[in-house]
Design a protein around this ligand. Sequence first.
Ligand code: APR
Length: 311
Amino acid sequence: MDRNKIALIGGGQIGGNLALIAAEKELGDIVIFDIPKMESMVKGKALDIMQLRPHDGYDVNIIGTSDYQDIKESDVIVITAGIPRKPGMDREDLISINLSIMKDVANNVKKYAPDSFVIVISNPLDAMVYTFYKVSGFAKNKVVGMAGALDSGRFRTFIAMETGYSVQDVTCIVLGGHGDSMVPITRLATVGGVPVTDLISTERLAEIEHRTRFAGGEIVKLLGNGSAYYAPAQCAMEMAESYIKDKKRVIPCATFCEGEFGVNGYFIGVPIVIGSGGVEKILEFTLTDDEKTALNNTLDVVKKTVAETGL
Ligand code: APR
């Protein structure tokens, strides 16, 4: 049986961790692609992970390259190409540079891996995944943005920190754009099925929601020279794994909506089922009036950033 093939477009901080996690999960052979200037660096990362295999015993191959020919016949593509945020920047500030990079990547992925399932991580996420979709012409079920997985993971983390209970038992969902206007749906968050609204005071929950919205920026400030990379890589690989193994995980992802949640023609964070068909279903549920208003606010932010792409 042929192994799956996973190509990582961008071999920087997130890209390197994506390669490591994909290898550890034995999801398939891995190609780390970057621009010619970075080819030696990604070859080095690939070789380093190759040499980690004897200790963990996983048999996948990892290569670094700057030749798009090497991504041919990839099953999954994960895109982190672009520049990350620096302190003081919000995700939207990245658009002018990352837009031209994403157009170039989309054209090459279309040419060399037209049947792949594509996960976009580059920021500003909602506009970058839209750009990939428009430029590549891929079907909407084959393109998603990694955002909600990370944002709800952050929300889960803060709830676990607050209660002292296992993060594994915290479930919750964050909808909307991958920006400070995202919408944590606190009324549906539970710890082992017990509503968090019965466990944590309203005031503290409001603070946790706020920290979740600005969690990316908190890390940018602490790192001083880039944005988060461990958790984003883990989230994207969770999505890739669900596709490769047809697990049908339910994960909030930036997904192209055509009427769902009242959103039409934009990628926005909604709960979806990921299986071998890619985005197999959007799981729509009834929102309260406040949640609807918050979703409309976040949609306005997304629309503004998407308008800047000119697509
Ligand atoms: N094609 C392929 N790779 C590219 C291109 C391109 N046209 N342009 C830049 N890259 C590469 C860079 O050379 C670099 O190695 O993308 C990589 C980005 O890596 P980092 O700078 O380390 O950034 P990282 O922290 O991995 O974040 C990547 O994800 O979360 C978002 O905001 C973040 O947009 C950023 C992206």
